[in-house]
Design a protein around this ligand. Structure first.
Ligand code: ADP
Ligand code: ADP
Ligand code: MG
Length: 615
């Protein structure tokens, strides 16, 4: 067996590899960039070497420094994880040439599958069904257009060197082809330094079905069944599961056999994934599943396969790399229950999924879920690497049970102040169409409105925030489930949630005076007692005094032109039997007064305007 292992990666996958290596008694060595020095994977490894600065090109992609670190620390093997150098055949060769064990695919297999066009040619030769399309060397726009016309629209233009959902354009009609080809090539040149493309028929009702394969150095290849990764956003996986919904035994046998054939065709050793695209318009059928590409490494979503087979795929990788035979024969592998994984990302679904970075003051996951994460509470999400915070992995006896567990896990995830897609994941996993197994790669786009949480706090959030402001609610982190507004409120409390003020019916009087964050259904809401600047409504800068809620003006304490000082009471509103004073945001004078006592005003009404002296 390997005695010491350097992990040429970071974050959750580095931790994942360390966990298994440690269980097998293998000494672990982390390499890291300077900004990652305090990350859990660095601490958890037996030794760590800083190999450069934050940009991957200066650290995680520096082959020379990684090899030097292996020499210095006496490592006997290198595991590349996924991403970074994991599918770099030159690096694999350099590792082997340095006399180290490469815990990855053979360089020749990586090369054979590295470019999508060459890989497809190879698969055609091996008798594996591939997506119909054009793979030729003639890359002139005219020829590509003619091929696309012949295939029939919609088609997909794919950069042969593409990956990670980049370098792909769907073309719906002939007229769009030239422009989309040009933009695909620009992206491919920038991201992969290669402008070669192929054209594929765009499969309708597309489902992403992939098969986990494993080979050893003794000529054995097995599969560990399929995964369904159809739930995608912009061609990137969001929720993965195993097995695939609606896969019958005959179809499974056909696709898994095709995967084994594909792996054998490139003399595969180690963990690999054969990705297929399926036309799911009439369920999964063996004659409607085509090879798409092979990923010659461990996959992000490998845990769902571990969950249904009871195998540790990193252990398999280490044993195979050390020259041992595969731990199990094909006939000893079986599917148990159903597993799902969701990728928790640092991004904001409400703002078009913009990435969110910053400290992780709160990072909490519910019990009973496998959480593979590279960060911890008190850490941070930096802008340099992948925005994935964690993978939530659940297992159930049935698909329905797994989906319910996944939805609950996402709902009970608490992250602050970094924004996440937790609520989005919870809604997706609980969506009736998802629960029914009606998944294809268009699911998220189709159901986007149901999945993206509203920007404003719900009544449940407001009620919960108000409850938390009561004297007993001292905990700054508040997680609530199924909170209901009391039916017979005796009073109201003003509460500021996410920067705006709301009135909430309350069974008891408010009295607590502390800011906190409320977690409900995967969302996080900062709350606290309302402050003067919030009560004044509009932003401090413009001096607009807006009604923070619908109500009645019960007192006007100012006159036009009057001088006022910051914090001075200007008007009193009454709503839901509670009075609220609106105060001056800064020193100035009353430039406008728009209401009189007794006026009923809707929320957001301009009541008055304060101007500074100079105006
Ligand atoms: P990458 O290297 O970026 O992973 P893939 O070739 O694996 O690229 O494709 C990524 C995703 O794009 C697939 O999971 C699928 O959702 C979609 N896709 C790829 N090829 C097709 C196709 N021919 N028809 C429909 N969708 C496709
Ligand atoms: P972690 O270790 O992930 O922070 P713990 O379950 O150990 O999570 O909780 C740490 C503290 O956070 C607890 O002592 C408790 O005060 C608070 N906390 C955790 N979960 C909740 C929740 N659902 N609601 C309110 N407070 C919570
Ligand atoms: Mg792919």
């Amino acid at each position: 067996m390997i005695d010491s292992l350097l992990i040429a990666n970071r974050g959750e996958i580095a931790r994942r590899i360390i966990r298994t290596a440690r269980a097998l008694g293998i000494r672990t060595i982390a390499v890291h960039s300077d900004v990652d020095a305090a990350m859990p994977f660095v601490r958890e490894a037996d030794a760590a070497v800083c190999i450069g600065t934050a940009p991957a090109a200066d650290s995680y992609l520096r082959q020379d420094r990684i090899l030097a670190a292996a020499r210095e620390t006496g490592a006997s093997a290198i595991h590349p994880g996924y991403g970074f150098l994991s599918e770099n055949a030159d690096f694999a060769e350099a590792v082997i040439a340095a006399g180290l064990i490469w815990v990855g695919a053979p360089p020749a297999s990586i090369r054979a599958m590295g470019l999508k066009d060459a890989a497809k040619q190879r698969m055609i030769a091996a008798g594996v069904p591939v997506t119909p399309g054009y793979l030729g060397d003639d890359q002139s726009p005219a020829r590509l257009q003619a091929e696309a016309d012949a295939i029939g629209y919609p088609v997909l233009i794919k950069a042969v060197a593409g990956g990670g959902g980049k370098g792909m354009r769907k073309v719906d009609a002939r007229e769009e082809f030239a422009e989309l080809l040009a933009s695909c090539r620009r992206e491919a040149a920038a991201s992969f330094g290669n402008t070669q493309v192929l054209i594929e028929k765009y499969i309708l009702s597309p489902r992403h079905i992939e098969v986990q394969v494993f080979g050893d150095r003794h000529g054995q290849v097995v599969h560990l069944f399929e995964r369904d990764c159809s739930l995608q956003r912009r061609h990137q996986k969001v929720i993965e599961e195993a097995p695939a919904p609606g896969m019958d035994a005959a179809t499974r046998a056909a696709v898994c056999d095709a995967a084994v054939k594909a792996a054998r065709a490139v003399d595969y050793v180690g963990a690999g994934t054969i990705e297929f695209i399926a036309d799911g318009s009439e369920g999964l059928r063996a004659d409607r599943i085509w090879f798409m590409e092979m990923n010659t490494r461990l996959q992000v979503e490998h845990p769902v396969t571990e969950a249904i087979t009871g195998q540790d795929l990193v252990e398999w990788q280490l044993r195979v790399a050390a020259g041992e035979p595969l731990p199990r024969r094909q006939e000893d592998l079986a599917i148990h229950g159903w597993a799902m994984e969701a990728r928790l990302y640092a991004e904001n679904p409400a703002s078009g999924f913009l990435p969110s970075t910053g400290p992780l003051d709160r990072l909490h996951f519910p019990p009973g879920v496998r959480v593979d994460s590279g960060v911890e509470q008190g850490g941070a999400v930096t802008p340099y690497y992948d925005p994935m915070i964690a993978k939530l992995i659940v297992h159930g006896t049935t698909r329905r049970e797994a989906a319910a567990k996944l939805a609950a896990a996402a709902r009970d995830t608490q992250v602050w102040p970094v924004k996440t897609n937790a609520a989005f994941l919870a809604r997706a996993a609980a969506h009736p169409a998802f629960v029914a197994g009606a998944v294809d790669t268009g699911f998220i786009e189709r159901h986007g409105d149901d999945l993206i949480p509203a920007a404003d706090p719900s009544p449940a959030v407001l009620a919960a925030a108000a409850a938390a402001l009561l004297p007993e609610g001292r905990d700054p982190w508040v997680g609530l489930r199924g909170f209901r507004v009391n039916r017979t409120p005796v009073t109201s409390v003003a509460v500021a949630v996410a920067g705006s003020t709301h009135l909430v019916a309350q069974p008891r009087a408010a009295g607590h005076n502390q800011d906190g964050v409320l977690f409900l259904d995967g969302e996080a809401w900062p709350f606290g007692p309302p402050r003067a600047d919030m009560l004044a409504g509009g932003s401090e800068g413009d001096g607009a005094i807006l009604s923070p809620m619908p109500g009645r003006v019960i007192a006007v304490l100012i006159a036009p032109g009057q001088a006022v000082t910051r914090g001075e009471r200007l008007l009193v509103l009454e709503a839901m039997k509670m009075e609220q004073a609106l105060v001056a945001p800064f020193d100035g004078r009353v430039a406008e007064l728009k209401v009189a006592e007794g006026a009923q005003v809707p929320e957001g009404t301009l009541l008055a305007r304060i101007a500074t002296g100079e105006e």
